[in-house]
Ligand binder design. Structure first.
Ligand code: SAM
Length: 278
């Protein structure tokens, strides 16, 4: 199996310029098996012969490796903890310190649902408080198509199924069959392209200096080998405020436990993180 994977990796690299060796082996294998079913090929060896002779297939396989699925308020327990406990505590802490802004980074934002869900929670907190505290959400993704969608903030009816009617009414504008995020939250979300594995920058240039209080890196880590997962977590730890929160996806909690992080609340996928300067 190892030799099959290394051959696939080298053909895809040659034909597409993309180094897919960063992806977790079991994810790569599953993706190859899906292509085998889609193409009606009979074995992994037969698939390899096809891959060798077809640049299109190299590109097609590579294309299946970027999974962009997202949802508003994905993982309801995580968002409930954020809404009821984490964000209120952070707002009052910042108020006490007379700081002006809460800074959040949605680090693999796909088409923006995560970032706008967080913006809705922040707006609701601000609406019930007398403080002058503001918030800023930096939303980044490696995929320019996702960045464009997140910037547009237009979602079909089935994509807003997780949003209750009150929030839909307060934070979206109906546009034909679609829903457009309102200016109120769009103005607080700054979308740009950023590769979490790039060696050039330690935090998104659009954030200037990072200093994030909350970083969402959810449903991304599990696609990568441990070396790459750890490098992403190290990168995030350099651009946070002194004691910040890192939020992962539900299935990624195990990686965080392995690295010695402790969950702030059981099953929350919210971890406290200490800033690392190096
Ligand atoms: C499954 S989506 C997760 C979206 C959202 N965080 C969520 O939990 O719903 C994974 C996203 O990670 C992005 N991605 C993949 N590799 C990346 C990288 N190296 N840097 C930044 N984003 C990346 C993909 O383009 C995709 O939009």
């Amino acid at each position: 199996m190892e030799s099959l994977l290394s051959e696939v990796v080298s053909y895809v690299l040659r034909e597409s310029g993309e180094d897919i060796s960063k992806y977790d082996d079991s994810f790569l294998l599953k993706s190859i098996e899906k292509r085998i079913i889609t193409l009606g090929v009979h074995s992994k060896r037969e698939y390899l012969s096809l891959l060798i002779s077809s640049k299109e297939e190299c590109l097609a396989l590579n294309g299946t490796l970027t999974v962009c699925y997202s949802e508003f308020f994905r993982n309801s327990l995580t968002f409930a903890y954020l809404e009821k406990l984490v964000l209120p505590a952070l707002f009052s802490f910042k108020n006490r310190l007379k700081q002006k802004e809460i800074r959040i980074w949605s680090a693999a934002c796909a088409s923006g649902q995560e970032a706008y869900s967080l913006a809705i929670l922040c707006e609701e907190l601000i609406a019930t408080s007398t403080s002058v505290l503001s918030y800023r959400i930096i939303a980044t993704d490696i995929d320019p198509e996702q960045v464009e969608k997140a910037e547009k903030g237009v979602y079909s009816t089935d994509m807003v199924g997780n949003i209750n009617l009150k929030r839909l009414h307060n934070y979206f504008v109906k546009q034909g069959d679609n829903y457009l995020v309102s200016k109120k939250i769009k103005n607080r979300v700054f979308v740009s392209q950023f590769d979490l594995l790039s060696k050039d920058a330690y935090c998104p240039p659009s954030s200037i200096f990072g200093d994030f209080d909350i970083v969402f890196c959810s449903n991304l880590l599990f696609y990568f080998k441990p070396l790459y997962r750890n490098s992403i977590i190290r990168k995030i730890s350099k651009c946070i405020s002194a004691d910040a929160y890192l939020v992962t996806g539900e299935t990624e909690r195990a990686f965080m436990f392995e690295l010695g992080f402790t969950e702030v609340f059981p099953n929350s996928a919210i971890f406290q993180m200490t800033k690392k300067d190096k």
